[in-house]
Design a binder for this molecule. Structure first.
Ligand SMILES: [Zn+2]
Length: 255
């Protein structure tokens, strides 16, 4: 009787352990808020302009991004709208690139407002509204909640901070942050792209361009700033900057 009891315990134990080991690990998935479609339609013009099939694809890409990357508030409450907008900012630039993953991003920190180079949220010199980290902040993006929302709420502007930061990540993913996205732009166009950058930066400095002056800071900022304009005001951008438009099409659009 005692032996039977022992065998019973041992067999039970084996079954319990077996169940634990064999159970497929559930991937942590992001739970969409119920009204995510309304949020996307109301705030994200890029999404609103897509057909049914495109919208479904956009949602799937957003979901897989938000399942892979942690979003944390730093003295800011991260609301559903913020999550959806960060997901949208990640998807927009690479929407047409199959299987794109931001392997250089682990976490997005949401600050309430602007911050400075030391990540201070208070005091003077808080001019930065978004950045991608280096050094110990590698694989982390910081974004100001205020600017994140402004980028989508203000439909007349050609600026969008979160898209700007994701463009930096795309630029960085080939190993060098230099304004040339080698993973997306064919080698044969690189020289032409660099020339166009220099030429247009000079135009901006002379005040002969409607591209934001921040774009004249460096080729890196130029690429991010014109990309914002390309995605935020596509028609105006095409009309005012046909050559740049053609180049950004080569970078971002796959047919
Ligand atoms: Zn920048």
């Amino acid at each position: 009787m005692e032996l039977a009891l022992q065998i019973f315990f041992i067999v039970s134990l084996i079954i319990i352990i077996g169940l634990f080991v064999l159970q497929p690990r559930r991937k942590e998935t992001f739970a969409w808020p119920d009204n995510y479609r309304d949020l996307l339609n109301d705030y994200v013009m890029f999404y609103a302009n897509l057909g049914e099939e495109g919208k479904k694809k956009f949602e799937d890409r957003c979901k897989s991004f938000l399942s892979a990357v942690k979003i944390t508030g730093a003295n800011a409450e991260v609301e559903d709208l913020d999550r959806v907008l960060i997901g949208a900012g990640a998807v927009i630039p690479v929407f047409s690139i199959p299987d794109w993953e931001y392997i250089n991003l682990r976490e997005v920190l949401v600050y309430p407002g602007n911050f400075n180079m030391d990540f201070d949220q208070h005091g003077k010199d808080r001019l930065i509204s978004g950045m991608v980290g280096t050094g110990y902040m590698q694989n982390v993006m910081i974004i100001s909640k205020w600017e994140l929302r402004q980028g989508f709420i203000n439909s007349k502007s050609n600026r969008n901070t979160v898209i700007h930061e994701f463009v930096h990540l795309i630029d960085k993913m080939d190993g060098s942050l230099d304004g040339v996205p080698e993973l997306l732009l064919e080698r044969k166009y690189v020289a032409q792209w660099q020339q166009l950058i220099q030429l247009t930066m000079e135009q901006i400095r002379r005040g002969e361009s409607d591209i934001d002056i921040y774009g004249a800071t460096s080729p890196v900022e130029f690429f991010a700033v014109v990309s914002e304009y390309f995605f935020e005001q596509p028609e105006t951008f095409r009309f005012n900057h046909p050559e740049l438009h053609e180049m950004l099409q080569l970078i971002y659009v796959r047919k």
